[in-house]
Design a protein around this ligand. Structure first.
Ligand code: HMG
Length: 394
């Protein structure tokens, strides 16, 4: 018997601060059109000095776990490429802060932006195999994307986390088992152990992303129903990994060309546009970017998507990529709209460019920050004492 497996609930956390991309372009002496149309970003999330990968993960998870009995969670994986320790996983901090049961298996996965998908795929197989014994998995993709001030990557930063409760009662999206994978050893983007900032060969990374997309998409077709000229027309929407919105546009055109579509840009509005509404106000959140795009589709698509097929493309530099598909569960859109994601973004505060630069500089000393006397809100990073990271609790 085939078990229906997928996402039962989702949660999103973004920092309460952002910069306006037109203002950043002006400050950098770059035409506004380059950042707003060329990159495709309107706003970019900026983490405050009391936010890190742990705090974002916990806040996203609390949204996804509303009304869930924590005893039912038997697996928790955090996918991240901006972990806070070389040994102790982000997931251990998350387990403590959330109060997950001691019989829950926890660990962290790393493979650039693919790390969250690695966790999701493991959770799906765990449930399909029956090893879950009726329990659910909590998969969190959490990151702070940072390239450094005035670098070419600066307009493609961001921060945030997406949490997914994965189960055999997928009330948002049920996934098909057919997954197309593509892996290739490339140096397109990495973060050496001695650096807080990512190193990237920007234009080459775009080529690597597109090669991986074509490879994973073809592999998906080969394991599924085979190549047909209109193969991707079966998807009402396709959620891509979105390092910046223009990349998803390029990706979609490349995918349609694989199908042999003579007008590859024509389906962009129908299949991709709503998946960019949230990413264009948040920026790159690395592991969570694809899942932010999924939230964006479910939150913002004006069509009724009940029972409709969706495509998914995950890319992690280095590289590993996967293309797979799923079906929207009836009622999923109302469930996501009830999360109030628009209001979450509206409630943020816009930084001046000077404030943003101050925060980015202050964050360089975060790992040795001494806890202050001032009260910090719940689930925030308080500082480091005796080599131990401290977080505020509820
Ligand atoms: P760049 O060299 O500064 O920009 O780097 P550009 O010259 O390529 O211009 C960008 C776009 O703006 C171009 O559009 C220009 O034409 C356009 P395109 O030709 O690409 O369609 N443009 C304008 N448009 C309107 N009005 C204007 C104007 N001027 C120019 N006046 C780059 C851009 C994205 C490479 C850089 O920001 C970067 O290195 N970012 C980081 C790397 C990245 O995001 N790579 C994406 C693929 S790899 C990936 O997704 C994995 C990743 O998420 C990491 C992981 O896996 O962990 C990054």
């Amino acid at each position: 018997m085939t078990v229906s497996v997928g996402i039962e609930a989702m949660g999103l956390a973004v920092p309460e601060l952002y910069v306006d991309m037109a203002q950043l372009a002006e400050a950098r002496g770059v035409p506004v059109g380059k950042f707003v149309e060329g990159i495709g970003l309107k706003q970019m999330s900026v983490p405050a000095v009391d936010e890190d990968t742990v705090t974002l993960a916990v806040r996203a998870a609390r949204m996804a776990l509303a009304g869930v009995d924590l005893k039912d969670v038997g697996l928790c994986i955090v996918g991240t490429e901006t972990a806070v320790d070389h040994s102790k996983p982000v997931t251990s901090f998350v387990q403590g802060l959330l109060g997950l049961p001691t019989h829950c298996r926890i660990y962290e996965t790393k493979h650039a932006c693919y790390g969250g998908t690695a966790g999701l795929m493991t959770a799906l197989d765990w449930i399909r195999s029956g090893s879950n014994r009726g329990r659910k998995a909590l998969i969190i993709a959490s990151d702070i994307a940072r390239y450094g001030l005035r670098s070419a990557g600066e307009p493609t930063q961001g921060a945030g986390a997406v949490a997914m409760l994965v189960s055999a009662t997928p009330s948002l999206v049920a996934f098909d088992q057919n997954v197309g994978t593509y892996a290739n050893d490339v140096m397109d983007f990495w973060r050496p152990l001695y650096s807080k900032d990512a190193v990237v060969d920007g234009q080459y990374s775009v080529t690597c992303y597109l090669d991986a997309l074509r490879g994973a998409y073809r592999a998906h077709q080969e394991t599924g129903t085979g190549v047909t000229p209109s193969y991707s027309d079966r998807f009402a929407a396709i959620a891509y990994h979105v390092p910046y919105p223009k990349m998803a546009k390029k990706a979609h055109e490349a995918l349609r060309l694989v199908d042999g579509d003579a007008a590859p840009a024509a389906s962009f509005e129908r299949q991709v546009r709503t998946g960019l509404l949230l990413p264009e106000r948040v920026g790159n959140i690395y592991t969570g970017s694809l899942y932010l795009s999924l939230l964006s589709v479910l939150n913002g698509d004006p069509r009724a998507l009940d029972g409709q097929a969706l495509g998914f493309f995950s890319y992690g530099s280095g590289s590993c990529a996967e293309f797979w598909s799923g079906t929207v569960t009836p009622g999923a859109q109302a469930k996501v709209k009830a999360l109030g994601l628009g209001a979450l973004l509206e409630a943020r505060r816009q930084l001046t460019i000077a404030e943003y630069e101050q925060i980015m500089t202050a964050r360089e000393g975060l790992d040795t920050r001494v806890p202050g006397a001032d009260p910090v809100p719940a689930f925030r990073f308080a500082g480091v004492e005796n080599h131990r990271r401290l977080y505020t609790r509820a």
